[in-house]
Each structure stands twice: as C-alpha cells, then as structure tokens.
Write a protein that binds this ligand. Structure first.
Ligand code: NCD
Ligand code: ZN
Length: 351
C-alpha cells in the first residue's frame, strides 16, 4: 500500500538551539517543508532581531540536500511593545506571536502574567493580520490540571474573541472535547480561529501516562486527557474541517531531564511524526483525510501557499529507535522501541 501526499508542514514545533537543534531539525525536515518554530528558548525570542538571528542559526544547521523553511514566532511578554508587531508583520518570516501564560509550561516564566496586559499588542496583531498562538491553559494552582484548558476557554479565550473579534488565533495542542466544540462554534460564527492537534494527543489518553508504571516520555503539557476527549480530537482531525491541522508540539528534552524526580514536560515525536499520524488516521479509517489535515488546512489558515512537492508513505513496518545520541546525552523519542506500520519513502525525504 502506498499513499502519496502533498508534502506536509508542522504548525507547532520546538527546535531548541545548539546540538539539540541539529538533530531535531534533521528529523523534522525529513518530513516537513515548513514549520512554525516556537520561541521558548532560554532566554526567549521576543524581538524580530532575535527571531532573525535564530532563523539564521536554524538555516545554518539544516543538513545539506534538505529544504526546509522555518516560520518564526515571537514570545509575548508583559513588555512586548505594539510597535514590534508591525516589524514582525513586515519581516516576511515572522508568522505568529506565542502566548504562554506565565508558569504554564517549559520555559514560560517570561510569559504573560495577565492576558489583558497585552491588549495593545492584540490590537496591533488584529490590524496586521498576525496570528496569536496560544498555550491555552490557566496557571491558577487551585484549578485541577485536567481542567486548565477548559477554564482557559471560558475565562481567557472567549473574552479575547469578544474584545478582538478580528484577531486570528490558534489553540495550540488542543486536548479537550470542549476546545473542539469551541473552535467549531466560533468558526461557524465567522471568527478566524483554529486548533493544532499533536500525534500524541490523538494516539494516547491519560491512561498511557501510567501504563505499566510512570511513563515520562509521554508526559507533556497540556497533559493527556480522558478517552472521550481523545475521541473528540480524533474526530476533529479526521473530519476534514479546515480549522484543525497538524502541529506536532515535538519538544525534545535530554533523557536525564525526562527520567528525573521532576520530569520536564514535552514529547519528542519529530523523528516519526508523519508516520505516526498516518497510523492514527488509518486506524480511524480516514487516510483520505490526512492530506487536508497535514498539508492544506494549516497553510490556508496562515494565508501561505500550499506546498507543491509530493511525498510517499509506504505501508511497511519499521522500528522506532530506543534513543538518539545528542552532545554527550541521549534523546528518547515517543514510541521508542515500538513498531510503526508506515514508512516515508526515503528518496522523497530530500528535494
Ligand atoms: C514544551 C517544551 O518543552 O518546550 N513542552 C510541552 O510539554 N509541550 C512547551 C509547550 O509547548 O508547552
Ligand atoms: Zn509547544
């Protein structure tokens, strides 16, 4: 069995920097033509000047023979000046601004302490047509961790849409039925909102975190939810609805930081992301919907041209390595040691 698709894009990716960047980029660029690159470096990428320098480091780390276009983002802080938005829109390569509520996840300490602090920035983004990409979880410790996304919808996202009805906004790595319903509802009403869906949230529910013991390599934020939520995400991904598209949220951390008393949040899915999505879509009987989800909907939302090149996936078993070496440490991928049903044809990995 073969499946030929327009080359896909990844609309939510952590590439990191230095040695980690080299390996993460090679893994992603094997499959994806473009990716929205997250700005949560240490220190974060908050200005167009920093995004320019980071983009140059990414392009310099790209293996020869692979074509890949990094689409950059700015990290929104309490102090982001609205003027930076105009510069970002004019740059031609900054394609979004990332909102992390302060303390929500890995490297989010510099995030927004109150969403309203950025109102002038949101107004500038609305008029420039620059999308807001949201880590949609509240950080109030009183709110149960499994409810943080839903509470964000009600207390942050809904009021934001009221204040800025023309703002393009993406709920990144959606994990709940409520988010799927929220996106569908507002999309129907003409609001330009969307959600990215990861392979791990489509494949696993929260039981997977505890399968045979605590499984640190499956721990990410937002944390996996109940099976009813996973089914809602799967239905959205395979529905062909234009507001749902591929974003891996692949987020590498060294093995010793994952297998630790306090495990970092992030799943490293980049090496086999597309093959994983293919397996998930096949098990839902929806392989015919994979191309819209992986290759069309995101580009259309961002107002970018769809890719022209094709890639081919073969139904052929392959084993996921246990780990990858990286600068004296190791990196454990999602599904390490497991067998996947699909393989991307290697000759379609380059250009
Ligand atoms: C991400 C990371 O490690 O940078 N971690 C994660 O669990 N997804 C940050 C993020 O996207 O929340
Ligand atoms: Zn992320």
């Amino acid at each position: 069995m073969r499946l030929t698709l327009t080359r896909p894009d990844d609309w939510h990716l952590h590439l990191r920097d230095g040695a980690m960047l080299s390996i993460a980029l090679a893994h992603s660029a094997r499959q994806f033509a473009r990716a929205i690159v997250m700005p949560n470096l240490k220190p974060p990428v908050t200005t167009v000047a920093e995004a320019t320098a980071y983009r140059a480091r990414i392009l310099a780390a790209l293996p020869k023979g692979l074509a890949f276009e990094p689409l950059m983002t700015l990290y929104l802080t309490d102090h982001t000046p609205p003027e930076e938005i105009r510069k970002a829109a004019d740059s031609g390569f900054v394609k979004g601004v990332k909102l992390y509520p302060a303390g929500a996840t890995t490297h989010s300490a510099a995030g927004l302490t109150r969403i309203e602090n950025a109102n002038p920035v949101f107004a500038a983004m609305e008029s420039a047509g620059l999308p807001l990409l949201m880590h949609g979880e509240v950080t109030d410790p009183e709110v149960d961790i499994f409810d943080r996304e839903k509470v964000f919808l009600d207390t942050c996202f809904a009021p934001l849409i009221q204040r800025f009805p023309g703002l393009k906004a993406v709920m990144e790595h959606a994990t709940t039925r409520e988010t799927v319903e929220f996106v569908r509802h507002h999309y129907r009403a003409g609001v330009a909102i969307a959600a990215t869906l990861t392979a791990h949230h489509l494949r696993y529910n929260r039981n997977a975190l505890f399968q045979g013991g605590l499984r640190p390599h499956r721990y990410c934020l937002p944390v996996m939810k109940r099976e009813t939520h996973r089914l809602a995400l799967l239905e959205a991904a395979t529905s062909g609805h234009p507001a749902f598209f591929l974003g891996t949220d692949s987020a590498p951390h060294p093995q010793n930081a994952k297998e630790a008393a306090s495990c970092c949040a992030g799943c490293y899915s980049a090496p086999h992301a597309l093959e994983l999505y293919a397996q998930i879509f096949e098990s839902a009987g929806a392989l015919d919907k994979l191309e819209a989800f992986a290759s069309f909907n995101g580009a259309d939302f961002y107002g970018l041209p769809r890719n022209r090149e094709k890639i081919t996936l073969l139904k052929k078993a392959q084993n996921v390595p246990d780990h990858y070496p990286v600068a004296g440490a190791t990196l454990v991928p999602l599904c390490a040691g497991e067998t996947l049903d699909w393989q991307m044809q290697p000759e379609t990995g380059g250009t």
